[in-house]
Structure formats: C-alpha cells, structure tokens
Ligand binder design. Sequence first.
Ligand code: ADP
Length: 738
Amino acid sequence: MMKRIGVLTSGGDAQGMNAAVRAVVRMALDKNVQVYAIYEGYQGMVNGGDQIRPFTWTNVGGILQQGGTVIGTARCAEFRERSGRLKAVHNLIINGIDALVVIGGDGSLTGANFLYEEWPSLVEELVAAGQISPEMAANHPHIQIAGIIGSIDNDMYGSDVTTGSDTALHRIVEATDAISSTAASHQRIFVVEVMGRRCGYLALMGAMAGGADWVFIPENPPDIDNWEEKMCEVLHLGREAGRRDIIVMVAEGAQDRYGQPITSDRIKQVLEERLGEETRITVLGHVQRGGAPSAFDRNLSTLLGAAAVDYLLAAEGPEAPFVMGIRGNKISRTPLAEALAKTQAVAEASREQNYAEAMRLRGSSFNESFQIVRTLVRALPHPPTPGQRRMRIAVLNAGGPAPGMNTAVRTAVRLGTDKGHIMLGVQNGFRGLIKGDIREMNWMSVSGWASQGGAELGTNRYIAEGSDFYAIARSLEEHKIDGLLVIGGWSGYENVLNMIAQRPTFPANNIPIVCVPASINNNLPGAELSIGADTALNNIVQAVDKIKQSAVASRRVFVVEVMGRNCGYLALMSALATGAERFYTNEEGVTTSNLLDDVHELAEGFSKGKRLGLIIRNESANRIYTTSFISALFEEEGGDLFDVREAILGHLQQGGNPSPFDRILATRLASHAVNHLEQLIDAGETTCACLGQVGGSLLFTAMEDVPRMFDMAKKRPKKQWWLNLRPIARVLAKPAPQ
Ligand code: ADP
C-alpha cells in the first residue's frame, strides 16, 4: 500500500520550518505520495477535521522566505496525555496517514516518540472501543516517524545545527552590531540577554560573532565564587585600554556554579555598583524568532525535509523514529531515542551541577568555541612568559574582499598576541609584502573588527612575479618573519605555491605558511566552505526576495546574475534558497536547447496562471549566452505571457557586515591556523598547508597536494560537494504537476 505522509510543525516556532514543510510536500508529491498538512501541531492532530488537510504543490508556493510556520504551531497539553494521543491516532488513521514528519523541538520529538511506542496499544484500544474497524487497524499496524529539529536554541543532540538557530544568530548579531555603535558613542555598558534556558549556544556564538566582552552560559558557569569581581576587573581594564563599547552577553538560563540564576538585572546592578558605569539591558526576546529565515536555514531545512521523505519512503516495517540532522555538510540520521537521551543527559548534568560533564556532552567544537571566546574577551593579552620564544607571525589578506576577513585577522592577532608572539599586519596583500609595508599589530588595533565587512588590511589579486620574489624574501628577512598566515582567495594560494617553488633561490621563503580560505566564490581547495560565501549568499537571497516582491502586480520572469567566477556555488545555493526555477552554472554549461526547453516550460506555466519566474545565472555560466542574451531570448519567446527583467547583483554581494556563520567560521579557522603555525615554528618545520572545514572537522592539506585537487584553469576544486544538491533543487522548483 502506498504511504500517506503527514507533516506538522510543533512547539516553539523556528525560521526555516516553512522550507522544511515545502520540501516534504514537494518531494512526497514528486514521488506520487499524498501528503497532509496537520495544522497547529499536535493540537490539529488531536482535533482532526479540517486541521488535517491534503496539500498540493501550490499550497507551499511562496513560503520559503517567510519566517515562522504557515501551517501553525501550538503547545498542546492534551497530547501529553494518553487520552489525547488516542484521539490523535484515530485522526491519523481515518485520514490514512501512516508516516509523519514532525518538525519541532525536543518536547515535540519526545511526544513523537511516545506516539510511536504507544501506537499498537492505542490502535488496539480504538478497535476495542469500536472507533475503527479491525481492518483499518490491520492496515495501520505502526507509524513511521522522521523528526526534524526545529529549535532556535540549537539545544538538541542529532544535528550540528538545528533549523532556526542560524537565523536567530542573524537577529542577535544585527542587534549587537547596532547596540555596539550606540554603546560606543555613549561609552555605556550593554547587557544583552538572548534565548537559551538550558543551552548557551546562542549566547556563546552570539558573543563570538558579535565580539562581546563577557558571556554567561548555563552549562559552564563562572568557575569562581566572586565572578562579579572578576568580570568588573576585566571590563574595567578594557575601558582603560581604550574600549568604548562594552557588551555582556547572557543566556536567559545563565547560572552560577551553585545553580543560582545570573540574571541580566543582577549583572546590571553589579556593573553599576562596582564600576559606577551607566548600564542598559536589552532583552532580545522574540525578535530572535522573527524575520525572514537566513539562506542557511532555508537550505538546511530544505535538505532535511527531502531527507525525511526519502527515509520514510524507504523504511519498511516497524522502525523506531529517526531524526534527520547535519554533520559537516552531510545529512545524517540518528535514532530519535538516542538523540533525546543524549539531549536530556546535558540538562541532567547541568541540573546536578556537573558542569564538566555538561560541557563534555556538548561536544568538542562547542568547547573549543568557549575557549576561544574566553581568550578573545580578555581586556589585554597575557604578558609573554619570561624567556619564552616570541615568534614573529605575519598576517595578510589576498584576493577579492570577503566579509569575515577582518574577523579572521582579529582572531589571529589576538590569539597570537595572547600567546606572547608578535603579530605583524601586512598592508595590501602581496603587494605590501613586496614593498615591506608591514606593521606590528596589537590587541587594540583590531578592536571592533569582528563585525566589520571589507578588509581593513587591504587586499588584492596581485600575483607576484619576477623580481617580486626577491623583494618578498627581503621583507621576510628584514622583518624576521617566522611564519605567514594568508587569509584570502585563490590568488593568495597561488602566490604561496609560487613562493614554495622559489625556495631554492630564496631560502628566506623556508618558513611555514598557512592559507585560510576566504572568498565569496567558495572555490578554494581543501575547504567545503570559505569565509565570505555565506554572507554573499545571504546578500543574494535578500536581494532576490525584494526583487520577487517588486513583481507582485505583473507577470514577470527575472534573470538574476550572481558572482562566483567559474564556481556555481552561489548560483545553486541561492536558487535553492529562493526557489528559483532554473540555475545556470559554468560546471554544467548552458546550451540553446536548455534555454529553449526552459523558456517553453516557463511559458506553459504562465499560460496556466503562474505569475513569477526566477532564473539565476552564474556570471561565467557561458561566455556567449550572457544574462542580457538570455533575457532577450526569454522576452521574445515568452510573447505576451510574461515580460522579462534582468538584475545583475554586482558588488553588493561582496559587501556588508559578515554573517554570523562567516564570523564563526573565520574565528575558528584563524584560531586553528595560529596554533598550527606556532607548532610548526616551534618544531622548526617549514611545511605549508591550507586549512578548511571538511566533513565537519577542520583539516590541513599540504600545499603540495593542492595542484592535484584543484582545476588550475577553471580555478575551482576538482570535486565540489554541493553539486550533489542539484537534483533536489530541480525537483523543488518544478512546475506544479497538473
Ligand atoms: P518544543 O517542541 O519546542 O520543545 P514543547 O516542549 O512545548 O516545545 O513541546 C511541544 C508540544 O509537544 C507540547 O505542547 C506537547 O503537545 C508535545 N510534548 C512535549 N513533551 C511531551 C511529552 N513528554 N509527551 C507527550 N507530548 C509532549
């Protein structure tokens, strides 16, 4: 018998839930499976009637960019009781639903687990009460459930990140960026309270991304009794060192090590009393749940929705529920019972004041982030230990500007200085290295850089040649540079490869070098994601949302051109996040028959009532079939059915403050790079490597391996993981089946 899938959103709403619902509905329909929306979470399941409705392709049109959930969510007390779940099972069975996608937090998924476990006995009870026939019962012996974690707090085991947490961080970072400027103007202290009763993810990552000066999280309270004194001392020193804005980030569930709450009011009182400084509190509250979902949340939720349908359709027999999640950039599945147990274990450890265990259970990258933030919030670096080797590490940017470059430089300078080393900033990339334009940087010279877009050090795509290498070697010698950190795009990597090749002539080049990927194009070797790409993607998605809205009253097709050079990452990911009908990339190329097929398909759609079409074209998709060419072709072929407008997004894609994701990535990469350089210098090694996030871990790849992995002509990696997402993007944007 063909399955029938029900989908619901439950508990606290989270941005991205709509994308998940859309993906579930369309992937199911594409496989000829009927799908029902269950309105208002478990309440609709208990109520039944028209709160359980079959959904069509068009029911989920135009919802990708909306916050919240269009099918409603609720907290349902009745469902907590067996009697409520009995009604729910009855309603599911009379609608023929035997598979569910539950999108919600740990409460909702706990409820889902009960539903699965009790299903057979509830069905028996319904038969005994004469509410369903034995045949109906026999047709629905069990329920299959796939969970998707919708939770802005990112407080559940089973996924590196959960639907909604990236957008919540966007809201937090927008707010802290705005507060920083007013705080700086008045030299005030702001206490910013963010959500997270049991989980400090938002506070910790918000502090990391927002460059906050102190942070309190529930699972790792201050390890001393007099935290008030310590905090005031550090903030006071920060003021003395010239810090104008001070932000203290606090999770709503923050506590001291005896489990007593550390509230924002208490922090304000302490700061005013002890520092005599005017302190304001901003409780971000529901703003964090609001607004349009970020590009990341749209795409994450879309992929999880698609994975949930795949899993349900493949599952046979009674199989305990799974949660869909993401590990690295791969979709993963975890048994729901395990995910719930591990989530509860953190809460339990925290309740029992076993904070070491709570932190251990949060995982290594959470712990690492905590350590990094702890160092970054210091007012001043640790003084160098007497007799320690003070290394001289130079930092430079290369390639086009990528939002997050400053964040990475700030982290490198602060962490390096804190280790007692001398951090040198090279101005204007490799041109500066050639000219010897190199200055010592200190703790305060990178103040405020965490949130700044652009590249304060200056960056360009210059490739060193000929006598430049002599000049570079001289600069390295004159400034006694022990190691070099290159944060940038392909031209940076190319320069480093050339420097390695020139080592026999210029022994000064025999120093360790680390390249950190920073390019909006996301085309760098050894890295699944480069710093800046997420910001660019969000810039594109926000622009396209507006462009789409501008066409409300007309029948129109937009051809939007995005950057990326020969790499189609931005085109594909923005198509996925905006629901574009087509995307053209250099990897796939464009042919006239593609274009004609596409325009005819669009024309057919418009003839049946479609009002808006969206095509995203990578700037280098095809040399001849330019954006203008495609627009003209579509205009002509579309006849009276639609008109066509082109939008070349241009440099707005590179601009703006870095997204939280890019700031976090930049911070983590820079931290690893500095540690690695320090180790190499200490060991007298001269290896050169590039760093990147691969499969969820940060890995180094030897520069010697880069030519093998990289398509030098196209300037992109030979293998690109995101190309696998093409089929999903295609299915979801198909015209509605008739
Ligand atoms: P979230 O899913 O965001 O954690 P809640 O904890 O409020 O939000 O849970 C949402 C809904 O899930 C509840 O209103 C209830 O209907 C159901 N639910 C939560 N916990 C349970 C439970 N232990 N047993 C059955 N249903 C539950």
